[in-house]
Write a protein that binds this ligand. Structure first.
Ligand SMILES: C[S@@+](CC[C@H](N)C(=O)[O-])C[C@H]1O[C@@H](n2cnc3c(N)ncnc32)[C@H](O)[C@@H]1O
Length: 231
């Protein structure tokens, strides 16, 4: 698993181009993935949500749009330049005024035990230095009955893999170099996606951290998956 400090440095280097690169390299399908995530969270009807590894805040903004101002949403990340991007976007719309974006490392969350109804984490778990430790921290801060929602890359359908890995390894890093000037970060992305567990394997790791009722849905040829789990 990657070292936390180098992950932090890597995101700090691309923070101001992160959103553009995201939408460009995914062909805009990332909007749809966050929408499905927000649908699932809305169905659970939480009162207090923390969006971990929030980055530039897109999941937090989507949750606020969908769930309204009665639901408290806080975005947390350990990379200050990414949080700064989220805070700048927050200033653009008055209805985001009470959204909080604060420092928090998933390896040691600055939250009391059993204090949160729902945790979302999009494209963050893959970058954890110690996945079991991060998932256990999430388990600690959720209230009993609370829900975890993980949106993350997954292993695509068998027939789609050759095309996908061709794109990831040879095309994406070159396009990313043009979009962000940082090919290295996207070489890392390709490697980390390929090494990431399948849906059943990740579900097993989530259970090993203490969660039950783990369900997963695959999206877009199983390029990504949303795992939902209960404390
Ligand atoms: C690929 S970005 C995802 C951002 C956002 N969730 C999204 O959907 O666009 C990954 C984010 O995870 C953050 N991150 C990685 N490891 C972390 C950790 N241990 N604690 C907090 N944030 C972390 C990085 O700083 C980065 O902002």
């Amino acid at each position: 698993m990657p070292e936390g400090k180098s992950v932090n440095r890597m995101f700090a280097n691309i923070a101001n181009r992160y959103d553009f690169a995201n939408h460009f390299l995914s062909g805009g399908v990332d909007y749809y993935w966050r929408k499905v995530l927000a649908d699932q969270v809305q169905a659970f009807a939480p009162r207090r949500i923390v969006d971990l590894a929030t980055g530039s805040g897109d999941v937090a903004f989507k949750l606020r749009d969908r769930l309204g101002t009665d639901v408290a949403v806080c975005g947390m990340d350990f990379c200050e330049p990414m949080l700064e991007t989220a805070r700048l976007k927050k200033k653009e719309r008055a209805e985001y005024a009470d959204l909080e974006f604060t420092f928090g490392d998933c390896m040691a969350l600055p939250l009391p035990d059993a204090s949160v109804d729902a945790i979302t984490i999009a494209f963050g778990v893959r970058n954890f230095e110690d996945r079991h430790k991060g998932l256990s921290e999430i388990h600690r801060v959720l209230r009993p009955g609370g829900r975890l929602f993980i949106l993350e890359f997954s292993q695509p359908h068998f027939w789609f893999r050759p095309f996908y890995y061709l794109y990831l390894k040879f095309i994406l890093p070159r396009l990313a170099a043009l979009a962000t000037g940082d090919k290295g970060a996207y070489d890392y992305l390709a490697g980390s996606i390929e090494a990431f567990p399948s849906r059943p394997q990740l579900a097993q790791q989530v259970r090993a951290a203490g969660f039950s009722a783990v369900k997963a849905i695959a999206l877009t040829f199983s390029i990504v998956a949303i795992h939902e789990a209960t404390k």
